[in-house]
Design a protein around this ligand. Structure first.
Ligand SMILES: *[C@@H]1O[C@H](CO)[C@@H](O)[C@H](O)[C@H]1NC(C)=O
Ligand SMILES: *[C@@H]1O[C@H](CO)[C@@H](O)[C@H](O)[C@H]1NC(C)=O
Length: 421
């Protein structure tokens, strides 16, 4: 266990104290505040016609995914172009050739909410925007000639109609999605994790966690095999909140962060970090581990009190800067995960107003995975059935040859994986 203390995290504590202070009286002024409140800032801004869901910056252009719109903005947030993505007509009686646009000549009944926005640069300079209509199919914008002249394709292939793997073109699930595109050995793989709907009436077209690639014709997606996805156990569907909060790539791995039940007999919620190999066309080396942020208050002559922040709200991965690198003893250019956690209401994923930010290097996360797996602190995943049947005999990563889809577990009191502010 390492204790990382830094000025930045202490600033976060001060902000939190400020918030709490609203409920009490007689606050001490905060001396360290350097914010000049008399200055009026004239910041560049852009006002969208509809609510914004996603934002992505690439090479000086800002792409904004909103309800029924996709905007391309300049660096100073001036509109370069806008694409209409909705509203559309959707219905059972509608067998449109292009589910991205719904049915023509029918009264409009669905807004298109942006569910995912991602840039792919290995094959072409292309932007994928996946909406809520058409069961989460994506539009592909070929940007070689700039955003004004983008060639737009609906990523839906009729050839996939009778696929034995469900709907390979349906990427974004209705309850929220995390999509990560990663180039590995000359192939771009799309890792997709869909949060679980709590509504059983929604037809199940989306796999919970999956890896796929684009068809060679670049008009849709395909799975390598039925080992390329895992689905929540049928008995848990509709009553197992599983929320994917964030995803990132680092080194040879892809990671997903989830909030879900602790499992077993507990109804309490916690956060888990999931790791897979980005080179795998199938989900062969899946491991997950509980992930919490624990704040230890140091009290004089008393045992330190611990506060567990259990539900992740937001996260970000960045290269470590100079200050953190010095304080945490990291190598230059290492990836660090910044994770904002809250304490939840009892037996609920709903956050309370008590929150904290923790940071940890990806190297440390990988060391935890390695150590726990080497010690054999692993068990079968309980929410993904059939996963233990997978086997992988060759592994470029030593010590992981037999570790396939497993959950690393630990006793919180004996083996805490935590970071203190
Ligand atoms: C980035 O933008 C510059 C200037 O607009 C352009 O010359 C360059 O080709 C762009 N790079 C990519 C990868 O699109
Ligand atoms: C679409 O969104 C607009 C604005 O939020 C709303 O007024 C309208 O009712 C929505 N349409 C449908 C079909 O949900």
């Amino acid at each position: 266990m390492r204790i990382h203390y830094s000025e930045a995290t202490s600033i976060l504590i001060i902000l939190q104290t400020l918030w709490w202070g609203l409920n009490s009286q007689c606050e001490e002024p905060i001396e360290s505040s350097k914010l000049d409140l008399s200055v009026t800032y004239d910041l560049p801004h852009f006002v969208s016609d509809t609510p914004i869901q996603k934002l992505l910056e690439f090479n000086g252009t800002v792409y904004v995914g909103a309800v029924n719109k996709l905007y391309a903005l300049s660096k100073d947030l001036k509109k370069i172009h806008e694409y209409n993505t909705g509203p559309v007509y959707e219905g059972r009686d509608c067998s449109a050739p292009d589910p991205c646009s719904g049915c023509n000549n029918k009264p409009i009944n669905s807004n298109n909410t942006n569910m995912a926005l991602l840039m792919e640069t290995f094959y072409d300079l292309e932007l994928f925007s996946c909406g809520s209509v058409g069961n989460g199919v994506c539009r592909r914008y070929l940007l070689e000639d700039g955003p004004l002249d983008a060639e737009v394709t609906c990523m839906y292939s009729m050839k996939n109609k009778d696929s034995s793997h469900g709907c390979p073109d349906c990427l974004a699930g209705p309850s929220g999605t995390q999509i990560l595109n990663v180039m590995s050995s000359g192939v771009v793989r799309f890792f997709v994790a869909n949060s679980e709907p709590l509504d059983l009436s929604v037809p199940r077209l989306h796999h919970t966690i999956s890896v796929r690639k684009m068809r060679e014709t670049q008009d849709g997606f395909e799975f390598f095999s039925d080992q390329s996805y895992m689905d929540l156990a049928p008995g848990l569907r509709g009553n197992y909140p599983l929320h994917y909060v964030y995803s990132f790539q680092s080194g040879p791995y892809v990671y997903f962060l989830t909030v879900q039940r602790e499992g077993g007999s507990s109804n309490a919620f916690h956060t888990r970090i999931v790791r897979m190999c980005s080179s795998d066309p199938e989900i062969l080396r899946y491991v997950e581990m509980p992930f919490e942020c624990i704040y230890s208050e140091r009290r004089r002559k008393k045992r330190s009190a611990q506060v567990v922040f259990n539900v992740l709200q937001a996260a970000h991965v960045a290269k470590v800067g100079y200050d953190f690198q010095q304080e945490m003893g990291l190598k230059e250019g290492e990836d660090v995960l910044f994770a904002a956690f809250a304490r939840s209401k009892p037996d609920s994923p709903e956050p309370t107003a008590s929150s904290a930010v923790c940071l940890i290097s990806i190297t440390d996360i990988n060391n935890f995975f390695r150590d726990f797996m080497q010690k054999g602190y692993t068990r079968k995943l309980s929410h993904f059935p059939g996963s233990e049947e997978k086997n992988f005999n060759q592994s470029p990563y030593s010590g992981e040859a037999q570790i396939t889809t497993q959950q690393v577990f630990f006793n919180r009191l004996q083996q805490p994986l935590y970071w203190s502010l």
